[in-house]
Design a protein around this ligand. Structure first.
Ligand code: DQA
Length: 172
């Protein structure tokens, strides 16, 4: 295979710059399928389907294609991140409980070479100490937490900025 010296993400950037809208992959970790019913005093009353709908709507407004994925399984999340390599431009992820434990998800994010935004509905630092550690905090571009469902929309706007910055850098 010919090598261009570009990373997978840079290749995807080049492809997407020419034609199709850039893809942002949004991954929701375990138990987030229960949003709206699960501990609403912490996580709010918005259901995951409503979050995904809002993300796709905002994506259309920003000229982005938004793909969403939820799984309760660590391996399925790793598989989905691997599939995004070379096709998505930015990863937005709330790894939920795996945030605090998963080296596998961290390694998958590193391997896929996608700029990543970490999202949490709650402010994890205002909660139990075991939630204060994130295995991915050191490899993501930035972290958004404490704004409930709105945090995902803020993350999508951040993703748009990252894509614009990549375009500007590619043209410079
Ligand atoms: C969470 C915070 C995690 O500690 C927790 O395990 C979750 C959700 C959040 O979005 O606030 O499931 O990631």
């Amino acid at each position: 295979m010919a090598t261009t010296g570009k990373t997978g993400a840079q290749e995807a950037a080049a492809d997407n710059a020419s034609q199709a809208p850039a893809t942002v992959l949004v991954i929701h970790g375990p138990n987030l399928n229960l949003l709206g019913q699960r501990e609403p005093e912490i996580y709010g009353r918005t259901r995951l389907a409503d979050i995904d709908r809002s993300l796709k709507q905002l994506g259309r407004e920003l000229g982005l294609k938004v793909e969403t994925f939820q799984s309760n399984s660590e391996g399925a999340i790793v598989d989905r991140i691997q599939r995004a390599r070379g096709s998505a431009r930015v990863l937005v992820i709330n790894p939920a409980a795996y945030t605090h434990t998963s080296v596998a998800i961290r390694d998958a994010i590193t391997a896929c070479e996608l700029p990543t935004v970490e999202v949490h509905l709650s402010n994890v630092y205002a909660r139990e100490p075991f939630r204060h550690h994130s295995t991915i905090a050191g490899i993501v571009v930035g972290r958004i937490m404490g704004f409930g469902a709105e945090g995902y929309l803020l993350a999508l706007r951040a993703a748009k900025r990252l894509i614009e910055a990549e375009h500007a850098a590619a043209e410079a």
